[in-house]
Design a protein around this ligand. Sequence first.
Ligand SMILES: Nc1ncnc2c1ncn2[C@@H]1O[C@H](COP(=O)(O)OP(=O)(O)OP(=O)(O)O)[C@@H](O)[C@H]1O
Length: 228
Amino acid sequence: MLEPIVRLRNVTVHRGDRPVLRDVNLDVAAGEFVYLVGRTGSGKSSLLKTLYADLPLREGSGVVAGHDLRKIKRRNLPALRQRLGIVFQEVNLLTDRSVAENLDFVLRATGWRRREERGRRINEVLHAVNLPAARDVMPYALSGGEQQRIAFARALLNKPALVIADEVTGNLDHETSLETLQLMRELARKNNAAILFATHDRRLLEHYQARTLRCKDGVITSLENPLP
Ligand SMILES: Nc1ncnc2c1ncn2[C@@H]1O[C@H](COP(=O)(O)OP(=O)(O)OP(=O)(O)O)[C@@H](O)[C@H]1O
C-alpha cells in the first residue's frame, strides 16, 4: 500500500500552552478528498497549521509528505511546503503585480530558473483553472471567485501532493463556492493530489459527498452521516 500523505498518531494540537484538539489520529491517502468541518474556533485552522508546520507538533507523531513533523528543522520547511498547496479565505495576491507576475514570483522563489519553463507552467495552471486570459490582468480586476481560482492555480504550481484549503469559499456566494469546490476536486483528481478542505459551510457537503471529519469539543470524529 502507498504511504499516506498525512499520518498523525495521538497528536495534541496546541495554541500556546492550551490544547485545542487532543488524541488526533488521521490518515489521508494520496489523491483523497477529505472535508474538515466544525464551528468557528473548533480547531480546524490549528490542525491545518500543524500539518504545514506553522504550529509545532509537540505531542504525538506526524508525517506529512514524507516529513516528520516532530523532527523538522526550520531549514527544511521550504521542502515540506513545496509538496503542499495552501489556499486560504484571503487570497493574498500581490496587488501591484499582474496574475502572471504573481505566479512567476512563486516559481522564482521556489527555484525555477528558466524563464521559458516558468512561462509554460504559468500557462498550464491558468488553463487548469479555466482562466487562460487572465495572464496580464491585475488581481483587482477579477471577481472574488476568479481571484480564488488564481490562488488555487498558484497552489498548483509545484504539483503538490496535498492541497490544504482553509475556508476558501468563506468570501464567495453559494454558487461560486460550489464551482470552486468542483474545480478543486477535479483538478486534485487529475493531479493525484489529496485535498483537506476545511469549511463551516455544511451546505457544500450536500453537493459533493466525501469522507468528513468534524472538530468538536476538542476532538476529531469521523461523521458517518455528514449531511446537515
Ligand atoms: N493566534 C492564536 N493564539 C492563541 N490562540 C488562538 C490563536 N488562533 C486561534 N486560537 C484559538 O485556538 C482555538 C481554535 O481556533 P482555530 O482558528 O483553529 O479554529 P477554526 O475551527 O479554524 O475556526 P475558524 O473557522 O474561525 O477559522 C480557538 O479557541 C482560538 O481562540
